[in-house]
Ligand binder design. Structure first.
Ligand code: SF4
Ligand code: SF4
Length: 427
């Protein structure tokens, strides 16, 4: 249950990228020799549909079983050269499919047959694993109807240009995506959240109500936007419990592009942040190894340097340059080993900095004690776990270097698993 209201930030003060330098087109990353795609379901051996040696086409839905809903979309034409289990964050069990690519694309025709008449089922079937990784499931829940879709034009973290670049340079195609969404979902109220400094660039150009947000971090986080829109926050079921659903601008652009062209988008825009903090925009096929992007921008990786998916506040460290760009990878950041903030096992000294910095006014110093002990339900019930908007500022300021943000994400994930299991049992 959420108990706290929001107050302004005290310190420190960070600004999002405002995409003033995004007129330059992203650098195109060549098709790699192999792409790796994740099907977000556990690996099942002896799939007759996908095995080593199976040929696949560009834009083909990859499913382990004929009737599976969870899929990946092949971003290249080639032959499967490896398939097996992949352990994602928090122990999530997925299936990794690696495709040895051919020189040219042979496009799978299945989607084109559905492209003339948009429907929610078609969006779910073909676009949910596309750029921006839209989650259509809340829109399909008749028991909890969505009446407002918020297109999220902000960047999720500091230093990232991706979302604002896409928004600024794809207005027509985003309008096409909005039209498809209205037809397919029946939701007429569409809001687009943009930085307040650039409202005039979008007013009258986008077929949606404009909602400005502050460029001060973390006011572009979806939950902050939701609070600005409605004056309140959702329960643990998320924004859909309030009849509101968020989609990234890149996902809406992908929807518009797909239905305009009859071809599924297979590329992702990514901000690559080098060790000096300089930003480069790249466009790569989903599944391209991260190392290909780093090579393109001459970013060397030395022993003990860190590669992060995402930005400095909320990104996740990855362990290999071979890991692929995913449909939700907005940024890849490299930190020199001398710049990496280290976590420690020092105890909390009760300095209160995390409480003072928290924009959601969570009693972080108390919450973290329960989360460290694995007492997630108590943390949620007593100390406002669900008021957290996942900005990462508490971890940033913690003098004891406690990985508070990681504890919070783990706790929400574990409680979400318990809630899903309970809902399944009730059915
Ligand atoms: S991540 Fe930390 S600072 Fe940010 S909202 Fe959550 S508890 Fe507060
Ligand atoms: S900032 Fe860190 S050390 Fe200070 S009260 Fe919060 S958790 Fe404890």
């Amino acid at each position: 249950m959420r108990k706290r209201s929001f107050f302004g930030l005290s310190k420190p003060c960070f600004k999002y990228e405002l995409a003033t330098d995004t007129s330059a087109r992203p650098v195109a990353i060549p098709t790699p020799g192999q792409v790796t795609l994740y099907i977000k379901t556990p690996y099942k051996q002896a799939s007759n549909l996908l095995k080593v040696g199976t040929p696949v086409k560009t834009g083909q839905r990859l499913v382990l079983r004929e009737d599976d809903d969870v899929c990946a979309i092949s971003s290249a034409t080639g032959t499967i050269c490896a398939i097996g289990p992949f352990l994602a964050d928090f122990g999530k069990a997925w299936t990794a499919v690696t495709i040895k690519t051919e020189g040219k694309d042979d496009v799978d025709p299945e989607f084109s047959a559905f492209a003339a008449e948009p429907s929610l089922e078609t969006l779910e079937r073909f676009l949910s694993a596309g750029p921006g990784e839209p989650d259509f499931s809340p829109l399909m829940d008749a028991g909890r109807p969505v009446n407002t879709i918020v297109i999220y034009g902000g960047n999720a973290d500091l230093l990232i240009n991706t979302s604002l670049y896409v928004l600024k340079n794809n207005i027509e195609i985003i309008n096409a995506g909005i039209e498809v969404l209205r037809k397919a979902t029946g939701v007429q109220e569409i809001v687009i959240a943009v930085p307040k400094e650039s409202v005039q660039n979008y007013s009258g150009h986008l077929d949606a109500r404009i909602q400005p947000f502050s460029s001060q971090y973390p006011y572009a986080q979806p939950l902050m936007i939701l609070h600005d829109l409605t004056g309140r926050l959702p329960d643990e079921s998320g924004p859909s419990s309030m009849g509101i659903h968020f989609l990234r601008a890149e996902a809406v652009a992908a929807i518009g592009q797909a239905f305009n062209s009859g071809l599924l988008p297979i590329e992702k825009t990514v901000t690559v942040i080098d060790k000096q903090g300089a930003k480069h925009l790249a466009r790569a096929r989903i599944g391209t190894p991260v190392g290909d992007l780093l090579k393109k921008f001459d970013i060397p990786i030395n022993d003990q340097d860190k590669i992060v998916f995402g930005g400095p506040m909320t990104g996740n460290a990855i362990y290999s340059e071979d890991l692929p760009v995913g449909p939700d990878t907005d940024a890849v950041m490299v930190q020199d080993k001398s710049e990496i903030p280290l976590y420690s096992d020092y105890p909390c000294i009760n300095c209160g900095d995390c409480v003072r910095v928290c924009p959601a006014n969570v009693p972080v110093n108390l919450l973290v004690r329960f989360l460290e002990a694995g007492q997630y339900s108590e943390g949620a019930d007593l100390y406002d776990l669900y008021s957290c908007i996942e900005c990462g500022l508490c971890s940033y300021v913690c003098v004891s270097r406690i990985p508070i943000f990681q504890y919070i994400k783990l706790a929400k994930y574990e409680l979400g698993r318990i809630l899903s299991a309970e809902e399944m049992n009730e059915q």
